[in-house]
Each structure stands twice: as C-alpha cells, then as structure tokens.
Design a binder for this molecule. Sequence first.
Ligand SMILES: [Zn+2]
Length: 168
Amino acid sequence: MRVITYGNPVLRKKAKKVKNIDKNIIQLVENMFSIMHTNVPQGIGLAAPQIGIPIALFVYGLDDDEGVMINPKILEKNGKEIGEEGCLSVPGVFGPVERAESIVVTALNIKGKKITARLSGLKARVVQHETDHLNGILFTDYIDDISKLNVEEGYELPEKLIERLKEK
Ligand SMILES: [Zn+2]
C-alpha cells in the first residue's frame, strides 16, 4: 500500500463511517501504523483515505502517544492558533494553517469503546488535520497564496495544487 498524493479524487471523498470493527479493520489499522512509521518523510498522522480507503478512521503517532480514532467527531473547538503543517499526501510541502487551539473529540478506539477527550497543542492540530481528511479537506485548502507554502529541497508543488492556487 502506498500513500496517495494530491490530485487523486479519493482524497476528496467523504469517508464512510465504520460500522463494525472486524479483523479487516484491525489489519488495516496495523498496516496504517506501519506505513506512517516507515514512510519517507515520516508522518505523525495518516487517514484511511490517504491509502485509498475512504472510511472514517485515522492513526496518529506523537512522541509519547499513538493511537487510532474511528468515526471521530469534533464536538467543541476553542481558541485559534496558527501552526506549520505538512501532509504525507503533499510530501515536502509545508504551510501555516489556523486551527482551534483546543478541541473536544469523541471517537471509538480499536476495541470499539467510545472515548471523549479534550486535547490541545500538537495533538489537537493532528486530530483536526486528520478529521479534515475524512471530509475530503486537505491542509492546502486553507492556503490562499502560493508564497505561503514552503517546499523542501527535492520536492515540488503538485501541478493540480498550483492550478488551484492560481484560481484564487
Ligand atoms: Zn494529511
């Protein structure tokens, strides 16, 4: 399985809710963890649509905290904060995105248990970014000016992204 990149229509689909956390889902989540960890560049989050499967779950991996959120829903957003984001589907490209500073999110864990958490900082940002993926939204959608994007050496802006930014 490879990470799907900008321009592929699957990234724009609204993800379907997971009805049953069966062994296929558990296997998928395991695969997603390993893709997130081994992908170059490494990611701190990966949503199922990014590997071509438009269902509502994502994995995240921060220094001391990793997990999966299934059918996540952001119930509350508080404050605003601008931070630099990147995405495995837009590799090597970074840009500033305004997000809520803290959120309350509810989701199922891998055992199907409903978890509700209040998050802030980087984890709140990752959860907002990944939840956007489940609604077909990419972080670059928040960018209105190409000059705001930083492109790492060895990478290029996707042509379709350049086209979209020209329309703005
Ligand atoms: Zn992303």
